[in-house]
Design a protein around this ligand. Structure first.
Ligand code: G3P
Length: 475
């Protein structure tokens, strides 16, 4: 599975001959040149996908499962190569890069297994008032058709597979639009599906800039569904343009950790530190704000400082905990959030320090609602802490956010934690643990501006299909 082979398998020549360049987050050097696909290329991909989908949907389910399992084997056997690409392109550290590939292979296999177990159901009319047993309704799931899959830069392999595998298993063909960072990693995944033997036209890949072809893609008449992970702004814009097709979207998050008086502080500290800083906080599910009741705030802040100061800062190849953020514009944005907060009175628990795209893990205490960082998503190694009078105040603040992905509550009193969880307007609430999408068969959904629909193996299989019923009438 060499780069050359990937290019042969996945990329033709763009009809315009235009290319894009990808730069290293670590030193800014040019690392890859790839095709900048035009609308004509996209049109061809959609036609290929639509033409092959009919035959693919007729391929027996067990056979589609075999193809997926084969792709998982190919991914596993090339995990080091793909992990290298993740390190180069998005500066994910070695441990997390390997884990992304292995997790993806596991996910694809699970999709194949779960997809095999789906079955339809039948209903008679006579359970409804006044009806007789004179019909039989057969209910089953059918593919949507062509699914446009748009994964993000932070998991260009895993969050692409989490869309593509369920779509394929349910009999859809796909067109993948790669992210602008992580292009090659995403191509490795597509190559694995091709090399597994999936027929030509079923998995198609477009590389290029979303700003140039994005609108064309999401409004193309052959697109029957869109599965997207990305920023809230992008998601809102796509949802306005896409028309009446199913959308599955995972967008931004402002996941809060609420720490109440009776929390196990040691557990809270290690979960919050890991939740906030793993992969530099560049995860939708990263802990992006802490609400701590005043009585335990000093102890929590001291513990977080101690823990975060132990994080290593450096290069992905050296497996540093904190590595450069993906783009200098992201680093600039994070820096502006810090400056705004400090100007308005926030205190630096660990000092802000930056060298190009590398930002040292920063904790800001005494953040308040007038600071941008209390509401915006840094997507970087920056953790704001808000001291609150009560847990009720924390819940009010969380619910004021336009985003509603996940939240955590840290408390030894499970009854109270369950009671509080009931008031939180987020898709998932973790009690005594950090926010996270996985394990990948758990349901994963954002409320409000954080998304549409649910993901997770079974939920994605359902989302990538629609219900069809056949009603037989008896004389
Ligand atoms: O940012 C993407 C989101 O899906 C995070 O996934 O596994 O890091 O919780 P995870």
């Amino acid at each position: 599975l060499t780069i050359e082979l990937i290019f042969l398998v996945c990329i033709g020549t763009s009809s315009t001959g235009k290319v894009c360049k990808e730069h290293s987050p670590c030193n800014g050097t040019e690392i890859y040149t790839y095709q900048s696909c035009s609308s004509e290329d996209a049109n061809q991909a959609f036609h290929a996908a639509a033409a092959s989908q009919v035959m693919w949907a007729k391929t027996p389910l067990w056979k589609r499962a075999e193809y997926l399992k084969q792709a998982a084997i190919i991914l596993r056997s090339h995990q080091d190569e793909i992990a290298n690409s993740l390190m180069n392109e998005i500066a994910k550290n070695r441990k997390n890069a390997i884990s992304e590939v292995v997790r993806t292979a596991d996910l694809i296999e699970y999709v194949a297994e779960e997809g095999m177990r789906l079955s339809g159901k039948l209903m008679y009319p006579d359970s409804f008032p006044g009806q007789k047993r004179n019909q039989l309704c057969l209910i089953h799931r059918v593919p949507l058709g062509v699914v446009l899959c748009i994964p993000p830069f932070n998991y260009p392999v895993n969050l692409c597979a989490s869309k593509v595998a369920p779509a394929l298993m349910m009999g859809n063909s796909v067109v993948i639009k790669t992210p602008s960072h992580g292009v090659i990693s995403c191509l490795y995944l597509a190559a694995a599906f091709h090399l597994a033997g999936i027929p030509r036209g079923v998995v198609n890949v477009l590389t290029g800039k979303g700003s140039e072809i994005g609108d064309y893609l999401v409004t193309h008449p052959l697109v029957n569904a869109i599965s997207l992970t990305g920023g809230t702004h992008t998601g809102l814009s796509v949802s306005k343009k896409a028309g009446m097709i199913p959308l599955q979207m995972e967008l931004g998050g402002k996941d809060a950790a609420i720490v109440v008086c009776d929390a196990d502080l040691q557990q809270s500290i290690s979960s919050i530190a890991s939740g906030a800083f793993s992969y530099n906080g560049q995860r939708c599910t990263a802990v992006k704000i802490v609400y701590v009741v005043k009585q335990v705030a000093d102890a929590l802040v001291d513990g977080l400082k101690e823990q975060v100061e132990k994080l290593s800062v450096g290069s992905p190849q050296d497996n540093a905990d904190i590595t450069p953020v993906v783009h200098h514009s992201s680093a600039d944005y994070i820096e502006k959030l810090v400056q705004d907060a400090i100007q308005k009175g926030a205190k630096q628990v660990t000092p802000f320090k930056r060298k190009d795209n590398l930002i040292w893990p920063t904790i800001l205490d005494h953040v308040d609602k007038n600071m941008r960082v209390a509401w915006e998503e840094p997507f970087g190694p920056l953790l704001p802490i808000v001291r609150v009078d009560s847990e009720v105040q924390a819940i009010e603040m969380v619910n004021k956010s336009p985003m509603g992905l996940q939240a955590s509550i840290f408390s030894r009193n499970m009854e109270n934690a369950m009671f509080l969880a009931d008031f939180l307007k987020t898709g998932t609430i973790h009690l005594n643990g950090q926010p996270a999408r996985g394990p990948d068969h758990f349901p994963f959904q954002g409320w409000k501006d954080s998304g549409i629909g649910s993901q997770g193996v079974l939920y994605s299989l359902e989302a990538m299909s629609k219900i069809k019923s056949i009603v037989i009438h008896f004389a």
